[in-house]
Design a binder for this molecule. Structure first.
Ligand SMILES: Cc1ncc(COP(=O)(O)O)c(C=O)c1O
Length: 423
């Protein structure tokens, strides 16, 4: 019998994947589905980045394992100017997506990983596959599922003798929540008192609805915060597969470890993509303005959905960035249970089958399965068309959304219809 690594065997396809596959099947059979499950930028990549990629298509050499020096310098300048983070370019590493760099970090660190309830779907399975250990820290709707310093402190008090690594993601997938400077400063204090390493996942940093970029815990806790970012969300280039991580001073000693593990796994990121990324991270005026416009459109879409859903007593997080709102039907639990539905996964399937609306169940985001929360991603629209319309008429109202984001408009109406039928 063939033996398989037991940590890998434990991995199972997430409900997220299953629902996305179901949507694809329905759509390929010409069924109109309102797809709130999909978490990818709807906007085209900026043309100047595509030009840079094209200009470098002939570059077929392996690049240095940790990435092109100019790119690492540009990212260092980008982090300073656009995220207020000081990062030495000698300790910035380029990888095939921040996902892979997070994974390699989980391999490197012998730690108990702390994950706030309401975090990205992949952290847990990644840790499991390295035979690591994680715990979920409690959060609540009132704070849009942001981790409180009180909860972190209490956990540290009961578990004093572990090396702990906190995974903090802001703007957040799945909640859209953005931590404030004050919240990060207080969390940083607890991290310092307890010698916690922080993995600060800032992949959505510039997709902030109120400011140009989102606060980073590394400002308050520079010594032990590893910052992660990349091209995927801010520059609408998920398929380019380029991410970075910046190691803080106290972890510089890991330099050779990372270099070795990268050289033994992915070798180096694709050369043309690294050259294109040099252009992106320069963040020249037109790219910066473009990202700003994308954020404004996303903000208007998010505000519209929140307004409509809250009017009928659906719970919503305060979405201030990224592509997401977490919504909840817990106020209708009795009626939903009467339908024979008890878990968020069951309800996600019910909504897809009966209302052709795809939402992702919160059980994939570390919630107990009977809490009826869902991740709603509001990117099911043609970003190019919407951007063109927005440039001609830079205000967005219900009519605009009905015309240019019909799946958002229609999907919201479907959710409202579901709730109306319950009462
Ligand atoms: C919170 C979060 N972190 C990290 C990633 C990984 O991004 P990438 O590997 O494309 O850089 C994603 C992608 O969906 C994400 O949502």
């Amino acid at each position: 019998m063939i033996q398989i690594n037991k940590n890998i065997l434990l991995l199972k396809p997430s409900a997220t994947l299953a629902i996305n596959q179901k949507v694809q099947t329905l759509r390929s059979n010409n069924v109109n589905v309102f797809h709130f499950g999909f978490g990818q930028s709807p906007f085209p990549i900026h043309e100047s980045i595509v030009d840079a990629l094209r200009d470098n298509a002939k570059n077929n050499y392996y690049l240095p394992t940790i990435g092109l020096e100019t790119l690492r310098q540009n990212i260092s300048e980008f982090l300073l100017k656009h995220q207020n983070i000081i990062a030495d370019s000698n300790f910035i590493y380029i990888g095939p997506g921040s996902k892979d760099l997070l994974y390699q970090t989980m391999l490197v660190l012998e730690s108990t990983f702390l994950i706030p309830k309401g975090s990205w779907v992949s952290y847990g399975p990644q840790i499991n596959s390295t035979n690591g250990r994680y715990v979920i820290l409690e959060t609540d709707l009132e704070s849009s599922f942001k981790l409180s310093s009180k909860t972190l402190k209490a956990y540290c008090k009961s578990n004093p003798n572990q090396q702990k690594t906190l995974i903090l993601n802001s703007p957040n997938n799945p909640t859209g929540a953005v931590y404030t400077n004050k919240e990060l400063e207080i969390l940083a204090e607890v991290c310092r008192e307890n010698d916690i390493i922080v993995l600060s996942d800032e992949i959505y940093s510039q997709i902030n609805f109120n400011e140009d970029f989102s606060p980073s815990i590394s400002k308050f806790y520079p010594e032990k915060t590893i910052v992660f970012g990349g091209l995927s969300k801010v520059f609408s280039a998920g398929g380019y597969r380029l991410g970075f991580m910046a190691l803080p001073k106290e972890l510089h000693f890991l330099h050779n470890t990372y270099r070795s593990i990268f050289s033994e796994t992915f070798s180096a990121v694709s050369s043309p993509i690294q050259y294109a990324a040099i252009k992106a991270f320069k963040m020249e005026g037109d790219i910066k303005n473009y990202i700003k416009d994308c954020s404004i459109i996303l903000k208007e879409v998010s505000n519209y959905i929140t307004l409509k859903l809250k009017q009928v007593n659906i719970e919503c997080t305060n979405s201030q960035g990224a592509f997401y709102i977490m919504i909840g039907f817990n106020n209708f639990k009795g009626q939903i249970n009467a339908l024979g539905i008890y878990t968020s996964e069951q309800l996600a399937n019910y909504l897809l089958n009966n209302f052709k609306t795809a939402l992702l169940p919160a059980s994939d985001f570390y919630f107990p399965e009977n809490e009826l929360f869902f991740r709603l991603a509001f990117v099911d629209f043609d970003g190019q068309k919407v951007m063109r319309a927005y440039n001609n008429r830079p205000y967005i109202n219900e009519d605009f959304l009905q015309k240019y984001c019909p799946n958002i408009f229609g999907g919201v109406n479907k959710i409202l219809e579901f709730v109306m039928k319950l009462s």
